[in-house]
Design a binder for this molecule. Structure first.
Ligand code: ADE
Length: 234
């Protein structure tokens, strides 16, 4: 086992879905995977391995925010040889042309996190998605008729803030939404030469205040899972 994951080598697939919420990991495993087996309960951060259409797939909760997500991504890549990592989560929209329940594919992720700046103080190192995963996910979502946006997101270090004016300014510069994990996932994928992609559903609108009901969230969440799973096995 690694420090935060209680699995033996070989119990985790090389393709993994990464929801922030561990109970979402349980839901995904029990709803979409055949023969799911729980391999991790350390800190309640549930992880499962099963099969989807005959392919071995894992799903691991990461917690919220980049420090937590980085712990799981580091251990999955370095200790369990995971090669394709796909975040499946939610984001808040910051543009009027992006609506609640839409899907957002993070082509790139801006961040105010110190995690990357600490390693590269002299560069604005760009956090970008794996191109193959990105185009595959986009094609699948389009083919299924889902509303999908592709572009930059902000991986924010804080959920609550006294002043969001700089975040809204990013929206004017084309940034689609705000979430809290994609940038560090892309950073670690670059560092360890593996593939990563972040796919989000829009759960709230930071400008209009538009929100989703829990039934609507569940429906779009399921749409997102299909895109995620089909992308990982392609
Ligand atoms: N995830 C969903 N909505 C969010 C928001 N408004 N800020 C950061 N992360 C989010």
């Amino acid at each position: 086992m690694s420090v935060h994951i209680g699995a033996k080598k070989g119990e985790i697939a090389d393709k993994i879905l990464l929801p922030g919420d561990p109970l979402r990991a349980k839901y995904i495993a029990e709803t979409f995977l055949e023969d799911p087996k729980c391999y991790n309960e350390v800190r309640g951060m549930l992880g499962y391995t099963g099969t989807y259409k005959g392919h071995k797939i894992s799903v691991q909760g990461t917690g919220m925010g980049m420090p937590s997500a980085a712990i799981y991504a580091n251990e999955l890549i370095r200790e369990y040889d995971v090669k394709k990592l796909m975040r499946v989560g939610t984001c808040g929209a910051i543009r009027k042309d992006v609506h609640v329940r839409d899907l957002v594919l993070a082509q790139a992720a801006a961040t105010n996190s110190a995690i990357i700046r600490k390693d590269f103080p002299n560069f604005d190192f760009p956090q970008i998605a794996d191109f193959d995963l990105l185009t595959t996910a986009y094609d699948i979502a389009k083919e299924k008729g889902f509303n999908i946006h592709v572009g930059n997101v902000l991986s924010n270090d804080t959920f609550y803030s006294d002043d969001n004016s700089d975040v809204f300014k990013l929206g004017e510069y084309g940034v689609l939404g705000v979430e809290m994990e994609a940038a560090v996932l892309y950073y670690l994928a670059a560092k360890y030469n593996v593939q990563a992609l972040a796919l989000m559903t829009v759960s709230d609108h930071m400008i209009t205040g538009e929100e989703t009901t829990s039934e609507e969230r569940q429906m779009t969440f399921n749409d997102m899972m299909i895109v995620g799973l089909e992308t990982l096995i392609k």
